[in-house]
Design a protein around this ligand. Structure first.
Ligand code: G6P
Ligand code: MG
Length: 226
């Protein structure tokens, strides 16, 4: 018997490769502000809310500023970012993501989105998968950012499944921590060297299927926690 009754997916970097667009838009802002900002620094921004991300960039450049300027900077970045995502097509879905989600749905496992992004509905629409999910919890209906567990707890509540029966797929350190804080199993998407706290790490959803999920439940000892 499987323990998993719902799978909750982070969006950016798990289902679509928007992490790249976030980086390019933040990089453009950092350049304008004269802040040295690398792809390595960008790891700290993954999964983190828009304002918290801006604060990290300002901190990197040792810049102190008022709230009005902060809102202006965040708006600038978001406008550049939205320019990128408005051009997205279904071709930008990450390999294997839809196949895996369809397999889960066939097995009557609920599927939900748990993302900090306020742009979630726009992205899902652009890549043509808005109708695929049983629930969408995002930056528009949850205010506390990862590593706070709220976005995943909200997704679990929306699909009516207990947190201990949910599995989260996450590419961000803050997101893995949010999943653990929610009492959920977490499968990292990316590098095991970065996502050290995840129960298991795969390089992408192309490496996932239902049988493997069952195996991961077993080897992580997760199935015994019922
Ligand atoms: C995701 C991304 C973050 C981003 C956050 C807010 O979690 O991983 O990099 O900052 O969403 O996105 P938004 O589209 O609302 O600015
Ligand atoms: Mg992500």
């Amino acid at each position: 018997m499987m323990r998993t009754a719902a799978c909750i997916f982070d969006l950016d970097g798990v289902i679509v490769d928007t992490a790249r667009y976030h980086f390019l838009a933040w990089k453009k802002l950092a350049d304008q502000l004269g802040v040295h900002f690398t792809e390595e620094d960008n790891e700290r921004l993954k999964g983190v809310s828009r304002m918290a991300s801006l604060n990290i960039i300002l901190e990197l450049g040792d810049i102190k500023t008022d709230e009005i300027s902060k809102v202006r900077y965040a708006t600038l970045k978001n406008n550049w970012y939205v320019d990128f995502i408005n051009k997205m097509t279904p071709g930008e879905l990450l390999p294997g993501s839809i196949d895996f989600i369809m397999e889960l749905k066939k097995a009557k496992i609920r599927v939900a989105i748990g993302s900090a992004s306020k742009n979630t509905p726009l992205i899902l629409m652009r890549v043509g998968i808005l109708q695929l999910f049983d629930a969408v919890a995002d930056g528009n209906n949850v205010s506390k950012a990862k590593p706070n567990p709220d976005v995943f707890l909200k997704a679990a509540e929306m699909v009516n499944i207990k947190p201990q029966n949910c599995v989260v797929f996450e590419d961000a350190i803050a997101g893995v921590q949010a999943a653990l804080n929610a009492g959920m199993m977490c499968i990292g998407i990316g590098s095991p060297k970065i996502l050290t706290e995840a129960h298991f790490v795969v390089s992408g959803l192309k490496d996932m299927n239902l049988e493997k999920l069952l195996t991961i439940e077993k080897i992580s000892g997760y199935e015994k926690l019922l």
